[in-house]
Design a protein around this ligand. Structure first.
Ligand code: HEM
Length: 140
């Protein structure tokens, strides 16, 4: 049996570095960054780290909302979902994550697409609807 994906990614420090680079890349990407206009980035960063760590078989527990609930009413298009995936691949390439591991990461995240995409359109850069309720900041 091979090591877990978590170990092959390099553990929590590598996952943290990857998620932060990905988050900053998304923040610079005008195709999708409008959706994050009201998001608490501290919470999002922690949630993404926990989600990836747990999904990869690491010692983390994701405590955020389900993907359908978290993205409901955001109006994410197919084009925007695909843009986010290209940003993720760019980050994985920058960190020299191997093809096998990249395919495994995308294999976990890809099936979430129907829970996240609400608008079947190639359009990108669409605004966050004013009615969207962002999650509260994490209180610690
Ligand atoms: C496979 C793809 C995706 C994954 C795994 C993912 C994962 C997550 C997670 C774990 C959260 C935190 C939920 C919480 O705080 O309870 C979140 C929130 C969020 N996601 Fe995604 N997401 C994906 C795709 C997208 C796309 C394509 C967009 C928009 C272009 C997007 C926009 C957002 C925004 C704006 C938030 C913050 C919501 C808030 O402020 O409460 N996500 N996502």
């Amino acid at each position: 049996m091979d090591n877990s994906l978590y170990e092959r990614l390099g553990g929590i420090d590598s996952i943290t570095a990857v998620v932060k680079d990905f988050r900053d890349r998304v923040a610079r990407d005008d195709r999708i960054n409008q959706k994050f206009a009201r998001t608490d980035l501290g919470r999002l960063t922690k949630m993404l780290i926990d989600q990836v760590c747990e999904a990869a078989g690491g010692p983390c527990t994701y405590t955020g909302r389900g993907m359908k609930e978290a993205h409901a009413g955001m109006g994410v298009t197919t084009g925007e979902f695909d843009a986010l995936v290209t940003d993720l691949v760019a980050t994985l390439n920058q960190f020299k994550v191997g093809k096998t591991e990249q395919d495994e990461v995308l294999g976990v995240l890809g099936p979430l697409k129907p829970d996240i995409v609400e608008v079947d359109s190639a359009q990108v850069g669409t605004p966050l609807p004013p009615t969207y309720q962002a999650a509260p900041a994490l209180v610690r």
